[in-house]
Design a protein around this ligand. Structure first.
Ligand SMILES: Nc1ncnc2c1ncn2[C@@H]1O[C@H](COP(=O)(O)OP(=O)(O)OP(=O)(O)O)[C@@H](O)[C@H]1O
Ligand SMILES: [Mg+2]
Length: 389
């Protein structure tokens, strides 16, 4: 209540929030105290890393698994456990976590590691050899009679390998006292590495399988205790989120997103409990947002092609590639790409599930024609295009 008797808007809103106790615990970067159903994988990491406690550089490790299977969380969990356990022992261990979307060249990763280890290396300007020499120099000095053992976690390594080749793995695996834990979404990630690197990597592999519905239920139950007020979550909510996420390839991130968004919707509606209908609405909202993100990330020529498809769809016309090219050049005017290039774009949009194509035969001697159809909501596409072009 304010001095003049008016009720503050935040007081009203806060009083009507029945749902969440701690929303932060459902955020992506929240690291839970226990990782259910990943005990085996974390133990395997620990079995390799335990060498560091005896001043032996641990084996290199590669973790594979689809999105949301707990790879990043498990590596970070193992890291915090080793740092906690080694803190009061006479060892000199550092574990650096590098997300390869943030540092996407060998130079940047090594410069980042140097900086973390107290060497002042600029993010550009030096030669690669200068940066690598500075990095290797770190391991030549003893501190309290001990040499540093460094474990580098390279998360989403596929991005770095695709962009900058396998030099980073070559450099790190050929530096004494450095152990690498690589995290990849693809089982065939070794295809991106040349044999000279594979042999110096000599890694131990750990596979993270997708979570099943029951495992996701355990994970969500644990998290719900932290996130929601007591008695708020109705009994069918968590099994429903888990079943939906199990269909999405056992993705724990999706399961947590569903639960958080369901809570948001329940709160927006002023509901006192979280119900299965909120989960269904949450699924629509997440899919809607994903679609908008995909459209917004498309290059301009593909957006124009989509605009042309939308225009023809609104006119209820059957869309052949020829007709589409005409409509597209109308939209793009001078900087239109060639007719051939359009087929690549059509392919891309089809792969993203935004359109479908169907080849039909017009009858004898008339050849075959491609018919293109939108596979998404027209109004949503129109409003997204308006914001993007
Ligand atoms: N076993 C688990 N127990 C509790 N939470 C988990 C567990 N596994 C995953 N999570 C949570 O699910 C989310 C996704 O997990 P994580 O980021 O580790 O997946 P990932 O395998 O690295 O996925 P990506 O390949 O997309 O990077 C995180 O918020 C994480 O805390
Ligand atoms: Mg990850």
């Amino acid at each position: 209540m304010t001095k003049d008797g008016e009720i503050n808007i935040f007081e009203t809103v806060q009083k009507n929030n029945f749902i969440f106790k701690d929303k932060n615990s459902l955020k992506h970067l929240f690291l839970p105290k226990r990782l259910l159903h990943r005990e085996d994988q974390v133990t395997q990491i620990a079995r390799y890393w335990v060498d560091a406690l005896n001043d032996v550089t641990p084996s290199n490790i590669t973790i594979y698994g689809k999105t949301g299977t707990g790879k990043t969380a498990s590596a970070k969990f193992a890291r915090s456990q080793l740092l906690e356990y080694s803190a009061d022992q006479n060892v000199f261990i550092k574990i650096e976590y590098v997300r390869c979307t943030d540092y996407s060249t060998e130079y940047q990763v090594i410069a980042h590691l140097c900086q973390k280890l107290g060497r002042d290396v600029p993010y550009r300007g030096w030669t690669k050899a200068e940066v690598i020499n500075t990095f290797r120099d770190i391991f030549r000095t003893n501190i309290h009679g001990k040499k540093l053992i460094l474990i580098v976690i390279l998360d989403e390594i596929d991005i770095l390998l695709n962009k900058d080749g396998d030099g980073i793995l070559y450099t790190l695996t050929r530096t004494d006292n450095v152990s690498v834990l690589s995290i990849s979404n693809f089982l065939d990630f070794k295809a991106l590495i040349k044999s000279r690197v594979t042999s110096s990597l000599n890694d131990k592999e750990i596979v993270f399988p997708p979570y099943g519905a029951n495992q996701l239920t355990d994970i969500l139950n644990e998290r719900a205790k932290l996130a929601f007020n007591e008695g708020v979550v109705e009994s069918d909510v968590i099994p429903l989120c888990s079943a939906m996420a199990a269909k999405e390839e056992g993705d724990a991130r999706f399961a947590l997103d569903l639960l958080r968004t369901s809570g948001d919707i329940a709160e927006e509606q002023g509901s006192e409990t979280l119900k299965s209908e909120h989960v269904r609405l949450a699924k629509d909202r997440i899919e809607h947002n994903k679609f908008v993100d995909v459209i917004k990330s498309l290059p301009i020529q593909q957006l124009r092609l989509l605009e042309a498809i939308l225009n023809l769809t609104n006119k209820k016309e059957e869309i052949t590639s020829g007709k589409l090219y005409e409509a597209y050049t109308d939209v793009s005017k001078k900087d239109a790409v060639t007719y051939r290039r359009i087929f690549d774009f059509i392919n891309d949009l089809e792969l993203l599930g935004i359109i479908s194509t169907n080849t039909i035969s017009r009858g004898r001697g008339k050849g075959r024609t491609n018919i293109i159809k939108l596979q998404c909501d027209e109004d949503l596409l129109e409003s997204t295009l308006l914001q993007s072009i």
